[in-house]
Design a protein around this ligand. Sequence first.
Ligand SMILES: Cc1ncc(COP(=O)(O)O)c(C=O)c1O
Length: 388
Amino acid sequence: MEPRLHPAARVADIAPFHVMEVQTAARALEAAGRDVVHMEIGEPDFPTPAPVLDAARTALADGHIRYTSALGLPELRRAIARHYGDAYGIDVAPERIVVTAGSSAALLLVMALLLNRDEEVLLTDPGYPCNRHFVRVLEGAPVGVPVGPDENYQLSATSIARHWSTRTRAALIASPSNPTGTMLAHDEMARVVRAVDDLGGRLVVDEIYLGLSYGGAPRSALALSDAIFVVSSFSKYFNMTGWRLGWIVAPERHVRDLEKLAQNLYISPATMSQRAALACFQPATLTQLEERRQAFQARRDFLVPALRELGFGIPLMPGGGFFVYADCSRFSEDSLAFCRDVLEGTGVAITPGIDFGRHHASRHVRFAYTIAMEKLEEGVTRLRRFLA
Ligand SMILES: Cc1ncc(COP(=O)(O)O)c(C=O)c1O
């Protein structure tokens, strides 16, 4: 028999990150001696806080190197539940917390829990690309809802109702969003929760950037309902991307099934990372994280007006996260080529819109303000010279 060497059909539907191409080209420039301003990188530039590193060292010294429960260490689940009380004034039972291998695993588990073959999930276009791929890998059908500034780049109760079909099982919202940084106002989130409930579906809210909000005290969607799934992470606010640790706050009746899925898919989240993360909630760590949040806000407040002045279209001020999604059509209708030209011509690395979907993607680029202020200023100066 002929060997069947081709990969499964789903693989063709998974797009690579074009930003990796930008990053490879940026590294090649650096290897050739050029200085590159990195505004393409989707992770904080700040190191993991010292108390977290210390806790990791202690965990290793104490021999904490074995599997934990698939749901995570009980003390970490309790600490995360307490954090919802301290940061958002919400009472969450520790039994509802499922610690995961990053919010990536959290999103995968929730989709695995909810979806049968061909069932649909509503997502924004533009949006975080992995979401549609998680759905596709599970043989579900991602439905990208085109969103622009008029929609605050977010789903709404109205657009969810309009795009809901008999096959739709869930809607997924990221607030603040990647790539646009926009957030759903709490009253609109309440309408969305009601709409999805009325339609008999499930709402999944990705709050991975919620700690990095810049418009007053952020509110978690968990305050609105016990029936939604909230996904979050230690990656961004807690500066722990490489530790691969996140969590789900799930409706209690689904925790056992999520546990079963986690056991089978990856057994348990990394033990050392969990032990380290316990130090995230110490006052000293939280003080440092608040300073870093303010630093991100100052960078945003510098970068957005500066880019607007250069001619980029940024109709809405991002409310959180560390990205600016900018219309570059004044300079180019082909954002991938534009990103290559900008990198080549001025040594500034940015991400093309096509990484985030199809809707007006070739007219947009994403800037990340995950570099120090002086570097941002340098990037803007170079762009000004280049675009002139
Ligand atoms: C919106 C959003 N959700 C989820 C993730 C996944 O992050 P992690 O798996 O590191 O928690 C990212 C990463 O960039 C993201 O931007």
